[in-house]
Design a protein around this ligand. Structure first.
Ligand SMILES: [Zn+2]
Ligand SMILES: [Zn+2]
Length: 456
């Protein structure tokens, strides 16, 4: 294989150098670094060294974080030695990359989880950025968790594995030696405000938003819900209008004057009476991104609000377009779901508004607290990357969030203690899903399974 000697001129601070040495001296290491602490520089240094040792490397990112900024950064440092890989690139591009690998020219493959399955010779390192991200777990076949596969491959192939995150998963924190990187590049002045009020855009939030926009700064608004509202509920019988196929509440999409099921995409017109009892008093619940964009566009007609969720960002091209428009300041406010939190670099965001974090905290899932806390920190981390930043959180659980907001490690420690003996990472859980056209048949199978399991 052709040997390149490269020097990317990466200057590490003393603390970053320590982190780097730590990572190099462990087979698998967790880089627990706050937003803005310079994890990327450490990755770059590792990639450079691996290349200079004549080896190759894989750099994994959640698909949504494969932004033009990141690609440019990699291309600038490593030129044609780096190629980008994800499920949506064309067959032709894939063939080109594979040929490049065979010729020994492509030495770094950066991409989403499927990158792991591209045969790279002499693998020296695998970096898993944003290692806490749920998208590493494939929920369709083949079922696998890319982080676990990376760790396994590292062990088998003798490659170094680096997991990086500002909010590492509890499992990785528990299992692997870690280095905490707290130092920040930007001298940020951040303040966080918790407000406890009725759902919706309150006066307090309006006030902060007007101030930010009046100074021509940008804002991001987070909500866990798409569409206008998540539910249409009957005041008389209390039921919400359900999908006839999935038995889940259907969401209100005003622009189509329709109710849509987010499971199976079944659509119907918004009814004027309750399908269950015929009552005529229907109300909407759980405001979504489309509703916030609609209401705020009316209040600030001269500003541009854009949705940032799965309804709006349907392709990689659209993602690029919106992020570019936002960073070029053609958009003033992004209103989005979890997608907002995923490692994007927003330059001039001075305000982050967080709605609906309580619904995430209230999920019936042992990971609910971990999800809510990590999400809040990730969204908050997007405000004030350079300079001042404010975060407003609408929650009835201010005490919980305030307790950990400054120190995610404190959260991890206490959460670990509460899971001991019951949940992962101490126990393994298995999920059985039984589906059948007939409910009775499904129940019967379920009961049989229960008997088998209790005998085992
Ligand atoms: Zn009803
Ligand atoms: Zn459905």
């Amino acid at each position: 294989m052709q040997r390149f000697r490269i020097d990317c001129d990466i200057a590490l601070s003393a603390k970053q150098q320590q982190a780097y040495d730590f990572v190099r001296s462990h087979e698998t290491a967790l880089l627990f670094g706050d937003t803005g602490s310079g994890k990327t520089e450490i990755y770059m240094k590792l990639l450079e060294d691996v290349i200079n040792e004549g080896k190759s490397a894989i750099f994994l990112m959640p698909e949504i974080s494969l932004t033009p900024q990141m690609q440019k950064r990699l291309k600038k440092k490593f030129g044609d030695m780096v190629a980008i890989w994800h499920s949506k690139i064309t067959k032709k591009s894939k063939e080109k990359i594979i040929a490049g690998i065979e010729r020994g020219e492509v030495r770094i493959l950066a991409g989403a989880r499927s990158t792991l399955f591209v045969p790279l010779p002499d693998l020296g390192a695998i970096i898993v950025d944003e290692e806490h991200d749920d998208s590493y777990k494939a929920s369709n076949r083949p079922r696998y968790h890319a982080r676990d596969v990376a760790i396994y491959m590292g062990r088998v192939l003798g490659a170094k594995v680096v997991l990086g995150s500002a909010t590492p998963s509890l499992t990785s924190y528990h299992k692997f030696p870690f280095f905490r990187l707290r130092e920040t590049f930007f001298d940020t002045q951040k303040s966080i405000i918790f407000t406890h009020e009725e759902e919706g855009i309150s006066e307090r939030i309006m006030h902060e938003l007007s101030q930010t926009l009046a100074q021509n700064h940008q804002a991001i608004i987070f909500l866990p819900t798409r569409a206008n509202y998540k539910y249409l509920t009957c005041i008389d019988c209390g039921k919400f209008v359900e999908c006839p196929f999935c038995s889940v509440g259907m969401s209100i999409h005003r622009e189509r004057n329709a109710l849509r099921c987010h499971y199976c995409n079944y659509m119907q017109r918004i009814p004027s009476e309750c399908p269950a009892c015929g009552g005529r008093h229907l109300k909407t619940n759980r405001m979504g991104t489309a509703q916030v964009v609609m209401e705020l566009s009316e209040k600030f007609p001269e500003k541009r609000f854009v949705k940032f969720d799965r309804d709006e960002v349907t392709t990689q091209t659209k993602l690029k377009k919106i992020l570019k428009a936002f960073n070029d300041h053609e958009i003033d406010v992004l209103v989005g779901t979890q997608m907002l939190s995923k490692g994007h670099d927003y330059h001039d965001v001075r305000l982050a508004v967080v709605f609906g974090i309580d619904t995430i905290l209230a999920q019936a899932d042992f990971r609910a607290r971990e999800r809510a806390m990590s999400l809040l920190l990730q969204v908050a981390g997007r405000s004030g990357r350079k300079g001042e930043g404010k975060v407003i959180v609408q929650t009835a659980n201010a005490e919980f969030f305030a307790h950990y907001i400054d120190d995610y490690e404190k959260f991890l420690k206490e959460e670990l203690a509460s899971r001991e003996g019951l949940y992962p990472p101490f126990r393994k859980l298995m999920k059985f899903m039984i589906a059948h056209k007939s409910k009775a048949k499904a129940l019967e199978i379920l009961e049989r399974l229960q008997v088998c399991l209790s005998d085992a």
